[in-house]
Design a binder for this molecule. Structure first.
Ligand code: SAJ
Length: 418
């Protein structure tokens, strides 16, 4: 089929390349000409798509990348994989809207449009369809088909492949569902049809709300068990020996990334909008997680106090600036807030993260250094935020005067665990 994947980021590019590999003719459309240019030149910026795979589908002509909307003409199925950020806690669906308007200009009778971008229940039918109808003059369910299929990309996940991860599929009607199920059935090993787009939209948000709430629970517990003198890390490992009814989550300095701090708040926002009542679990979880950097800083200040070292002008080394273990992504990383709070208290804050290329603009108001024995030894306090594989944990443990270990990887008289 002639396929368009609109939005060539960490969600859209893997889908576009895989669709091309299974025989579709795919246009990878992105409004950013620099991105489109890099892809057209065979240069992948997405972790899960190698440049060699990209070049292979470019070479056969099965995939082309473009920022020119004219290339959308004649599509049989278009998949929307554009960002859906929050702006001051409010869902920003402008990318979906503008993308739908562009696609609408090329929408022909019999074509299909699928939304993959994460959003609140109702987005497909309350926002996407009206924009497509207005831009095309066509009628949804009569002239064209539509549906929602949430993305389940887990960057770098070695256990679950892109095509091996079950794919939820939904349609605005049974004809839409049939076509959409058939399309994804040719790409994914398992498709899971659900009764409607709102169910699929909600399922996605439940997936990430489940994680958010459980991570925030162990985070809040960590701030309490420390004062109870009970090792929460050992207790969690003990609980994890239960072979059923338990999923292991561990405390941390807060949560980051493009999913957990964002997706569940789409749900709490929609519930407040529609019902005027809070979705308390999400609002509480978000509050707990947002205050974890404050707790980390409190622990550092208390440790320095015990060593008669004032926080002002103290030298602090943050290790692991990206948002999660071995990630290269800084989006919403708690390290930014930890650094901001410490700098606000007058500390001299440095940060080291071997996963961030030298010279990358981290937007972090701290001095970037390497995690050398000298830097570690010179710090009044070291904070291990992310225990990246590329850190020499033994050296850190042996060289540091004091370490607050947010990942329970170190031990010693100079080490405290979150
Ligand atoms: N985190 C903890 N404790 C935990 C697990 C995570 O503090 O036990 C923190 C991480 O450090 C990070 C944040 O939570 O800051 C989010 O971590 P995550 O493991 O949820 O990773 P993400 O944000 O990359 O989540 C994505 C999600 N994928 C999609 O939405 C399609 C999530 O549903 C996946 O479960 C996750 O990847 C994954 O498992 O890789």
């Amino acid at each position: 089929m002639r396929v368009v994947v609109a939005g060539q980021g960490y969600v859209g590019l893997p889908l576009a390349v895989r669709a091309a590999e299974v025989g579709h003719r795919v246009v990878g459309y992105d409004v950013d000409p620099d991105r489109a240019g890099r892809l057209a030149a065979g240069d992948s910026y997405v972790e899960d798509v190698s440049s060699s795979r990209l070049r292979a589908v470019l070479a056969t002509g099965a995939y082309t990348a473009t920022a020119d909307a004219a290339a959308l003409a004649g599509f049989e199925i278009a998949v929307i994989t554009v960002p859906t950020p929050l702006r001051d806690g409010v869902p920003d669906l402008a990318c979906i809207e503008s993308c739908a308007r562009t696609l609408g200009g090329h929408l022909r009778p019999g074509a299909v449009v699928v939304l993959e971008s994460t959003s609140y229940p109702g987005t497909t039918e309350e926002l996407l369809l009206p924009v497509l109808e207005e831009a095309s003059g066509l009628k949804a369910g009569v002239d064209f088909l539509a549906g929602f299929s949430p993305e389940r990309i887990a960057p770098g996940n070695k256990r679950w492949s892109f095509e091996g991860t079950p794919k939820l599929v939904s349609g605005i009607d049974s004809a839409s569902l049939d076509v959409i199920k058939g399309f994804y059935g040719g790409i994914f090993q398992t498709t899971v049809p659900v009764s409607g787009t709102r169910v699929a939209e909600l399922a996605k948000l439940i997936e990430n709300t489940f994680r958010l709430v459980n991570i925030s629970m162990v985070n809040e517990l960590a701030t309490l068990t420390d004062r109870l003198g009970v090792n929460i890390w050992e207790a969690i490992d003990a609980a994890a020996t239960k072979p059923f009814g338990f999923t292991r989550f561990t405390p941390g300095p807060g949560i980051g990334g493009h999913c957990l701090p964002i997706d569940p708040l789409f749900l709490s926002w929609k519930i407040r909008q529609e019902l005027g009542v809070p979705f308390r679990f999400v609002e509480l979880a978000d509050d707990v997680n947002r205050h974890m950097p404050d707790y980390v800083v409190r622990r550092v200040v208390e440790a320095l106090d015990k060593r008669s070292t004032p926080i002002v002008k103290s030298r602090i080394l943050l290790l692991g600036l990206t948002y999660k273990f071995n990630a290269t992504d800084l989006r919403n990383s708690p390290s930014a807030r930890v650094a901001e709070l410490l700098i606000g208290l007058g500390a001299d804050v440095r940060g080291a993260d071997p996963n961030i290329p030298d010279g990358a603009d981290t937007e972090l108001a701290l001095q970037r250094v390497d995690a050398t024995p000298e830097e570690v030894a010179a710090a009044d306090a070291v904070v291990l935020l992310m225990d990246h594989t590329r850190f020499d944990l033994t050296m850190i443990q042996e060289s540091a005067r004091y370490v607050l270990d947010c990942r329970n990887r170190l031990s010693g008289a100079n080490v405290e665990v979150l």
